[in-house]
Design a protein around this ligand. Sequence first.
Ligand code: ZN
Length: 490
Amino acid sequence: MKNLIILLFVTVFYLKVFPQIKDLGMENIKSGDLLWTVKILSSGEYDGRLSGSEGYNKAANFAAERFKQLGLLPEGDDGFFQYLNVEYNKIDTPAVFNLINGNKKFPYILGKDFVLRGFTGAANITLPVVFCGYGISRPDLGYDDYEKINVENKIVLVFKQSPSWKINDEEWGNEYPRQKSRVAYEHGARGILFVSLPNADKPQPLIGSVMHGEGEQLDSFPQLQISPEVANDFLGLVKISINECQKRIDDREAPNSFLTRRTAEIFVNAKYKNSVRTMNVVSKIEGTDPVLKKEFLVIGAHLDHVGSQAGLLFPGANDNASGSAAVLELAKAFQLSSVKPKRTVLFVLFASEEQGLFGSKYFVENLKSNPDKIIGMFNFDCIGYGDSIQIGNGESSPKLREIARKIDKEKSNLMVADTWNGGGADATPFHKIGIPCLYFVSKYSYDHLHQPTDTPETLNLELLEKIVKLGYLTAREVAEGNYKREVVIK
Ligand SMILES: [Zn+2]
């Protein structure tokens, strides 16, 4: 805080004496400062920043305090905060998962062998395990993993994803864990083990996730993701691998459910709340031009992550402490620069992206200005890991992307050519109402995604700094009025 005041003071003094020094903002974007923020947000104190948790609230307070220190104006409903309500599930100890074979117990390790789904129910059960294929019950399509098997008072083991094939080109309609859990529950099962498709090109590792789908919470129905190795342990007595299980179903496009002859012990402690208050953090720097100040550039990132489970922390350093740090650093850079933006710039940290973009959706649904006045939106999400820069959504907003491309060419030459359309993550709600968006991300960013290993030590700090600098110079161009809002290509 003190340093910041000194820095601002020195800046003002310098500009009086040496007005030719143009952009102290740019010069003060520093990897060390970005890392400082990332380390704070991804530390245990912030508990993985799950929206609705105390850890998230702390992160929101930290961000609001930074905006205030930097002299930005509050633009929430109540100071810097814009409130919304979300579902919330607190997972405490114990988190026990064992294989029982006769009177022997084989304990598994949380984070290594299994994780809990963010919206797991609580239970203490020891029950036989049934393999139930894709966990789909669609007799209307002539496909039912539950048809020939009794799962009553048992735990089902199912594939997390839906099949790559379809019947009559119909959607399966239960892509989400909550829906698959509901199907199992309605068939009398008492818990569910998800295993990621073992024959996929790149099988999904164990991930912390609160992306659960819609529907009622099953309070006493435990939901775990287990590794393929653990799934094989459960199939040991029937002597078939989980890979073979998938192959048999996929080859015939027909169910192949059976009793594994193994028992699982599950003890999970979770407390669910249907509606808990959380918040976006919103601030602004008002434009200096009397006309252009009524137009806005939104610079955003999601502040939330997937929390912790019974002491297992998901730090979310890349996802998305990196993007949150960028937004704060950009706010600082704009404040330190001698050139004040002509357009108004909004700096927003979104809640609850991980649950389903709820913070950004809420923000877009409750805009204070006419949506036409939002000239552009920059989203920073996972910008600190990998080796190059990708600017997404360029197919939908090619002119905006071209500004970034030119700057990159000149300054760092790290931008890859491929991009996409349709927004992406928190850019999506903006894109949907016709706002041109750029999605800043580091290429090959996802090796540690939603894993306990997403820590500050893994970040490429040089790259992180360069992306933020690219974001800054691109934002300046837009904020100066040098970009006319283009028609978004859907
Ligand atoms: Zn993210």
